[in-house]
Design a protein around this ligand. Structure first.
Ligand SMILES: Cc1ncc(COP(=O)(O)O)c(C=O)c1O
Length: 415
């Protein structure tokens, strides 16, 4: 089918939840996507932070091929080798004790919310004072299911579905006083992304993160960190919270975990894990043999190809280049992020949108969040030459925008 045929069929057949770019991708190789006409796009979005090893990576192909020949799915009624083997790797990398597997980011987050509430129930049964309230952060994004959306800050995600899960209060981002004033024994968990993703690539401050850890320690509430976008190497460490030297009680991962197959995981301490008993939570598909085998191949590859160090190096270079670019263009009002989770904030939504469209026309894929933020979530295998291509394109686009603005201000007069 051609792009036009696919667009016509989708508009007739699909529920209208997405606004897609009019591009039909049919393949990929390394850091490039290839469309129906064979045009190659430099991909700095990686399927919204999923395709960490890029496209057609031989390790992923091999894992999928070998495991699919053996066993794809058996449900959670039986044992297979993959879950324990993957849990071993993830608990080692995260400093956690136990894992629960599911199929997506929002499911991992739902599991974290349910575990937090169950933990509070168990604590109350032991005579502790611990309530049911969640404290989440302004500009947070935790997913689209009913619990996740209740802890997601932007009203547009929550309001069409009210009443959402009650007992959630939002704290001003990095405002320690606001956190302290809203915290009490009524809180069962503080929820945060170490680096907010959809919220515009905003790292939480050391002071705020430390205060959240201290307050939760005082009452026995849980500190729950969403690493769905930032985790598994994107920031140059396995987990973004490791940059802060702060260990949460629960964390959630998903996006890059299984190289593009749907897989999420909740990782937690032994104490938190004890709040779930058999039958309290579960999923048919979660942690299937195919997804687990592929995830182990992804983790092996990140280790064997030294990709954490690579992300740190190329990410650092990318950030420096963006900072240099910001010196040349006033429209870049901020450069943020860590590793290969980066963004530039643009002075207006129009300029940001125009720049995004111009990048698409140059066959470079990035995206825009929070209207004014251009976000870069490339595959971990991105090279410095790819960074140079990207920054040169942005430089040209902002130069053209400046020239167009100067032209408009001069009333279109030349000379
Ligand atoms: C920080 C964060 N949490 C949760 C989610 C939801 O993940 P999923 O779309 O896999 O449900 C996302 C997705 O963008 C995310 O970035």
């Amino acid at each position: 089918m051609s792009l036009q045929e696919v667009m016509a069929a989708e508009s007739r057949l699909l529920v209208k939840t997405y606004e897609r770019y009019p591009i039909l991708f049919t393949g990929g190789e390394g850091v490039h996507l290839i469309d129906e006409n064979g045009v190659r796009y430099l991909d700095l979005l990686s399927g919204i932070g999923v395709n960490a090893l890029g496209y057609a990576h031989p390790a992923i192909e091999k894992a999928i091929l070998e495991q699919s020949r053996k066993l794809i799915h058996i449900s959670n009624l039986f044992f297979h080798e993959g879950q324990a083997a993957l849990a071993e790797r993830l608990t080692q990398a995260s400093g956690m004790d136990r894992a629960f597997f599911c199929n997506s980011g929002t499911e991992a987050w739902e599991a974290a919310l349910k575990l937090s509430r169950a933990y509070a129930v168990a604590q109350r049964a032991n005579g502790k004072q611990l309530g049911t309230k969640f404290l989440a952060l302004e500009n947070s994004f935790h997913g689209r299911t009913m619990g996740s959306v209740a802890t997601t800050h932007k009203a547009k995600y929550r309001e069409p579905f009210t009443p959402v899960m009650p007992d959630v209060e939002f704290v001003r981002f990095n405002d320690v006083d606001d956190l302290k004033s809203k915290f009490s024994t009524g809180v069962c968990a503080i929820l945060l992304e170490a680096v907010q993703g959809e919220g515009g690539i905003r790292p939480v401050s050391q002071e705020f993160f430390a205060a959240a850890r201290e307050l939760t320690r005082e009452t026995g509430a849980l500190l729950v960190v969403d690493e769905i976008q930032a985790g598994l190497g994107r920031t140059g460490k396995w987990f973004a919270y490791q940059h802060y030297g702060i260990q949460p009680d629960i964390t959630a991962v998903a996006k890059p975990l299984a190289g593009g197959l749907p897989l999420g995981a909740l990782l937690c301490t032994q104490a938190a894990a004890e709040a779930f008993q058999p039958g309290m939570h579960g999923t048919t598909f979660g942690g299937g043999p195919l997804a687990c085998a592929t995830a182990i191949a992804v983790i092996d590859t990140i280790e064997h190809e030294n990709l954490l160090a690579h992300v740190t190096e190329v990410g650092g270079y990318f950030r420096e280049q963006l900072q240099e670019l910001a010196k040349r263009h006033d429209c870049i009002v901020d450069v943020r992020g860590i590793g290969l989770m980066l963004a530039i904030e643009i002075s207006s939504a129009e300029r940001a949108k125009d720049a995004l469209d111009a990048m698409m026309r140059r066959h470079i894929l990035i995206n825009r969040t929070h209207e004014t933020v251009l976000r870069f979530l490339p595959p971990f295998i991105l090279g410095k030459a790819d960074v140079d291509t990207t920054v040169a394109a942005l430089d040209q686009i902002f130069t053209e925008q400046n020239a167009a603005q100067a032209h408009a201000h001069s009333g279109g007069k030349v000379g």
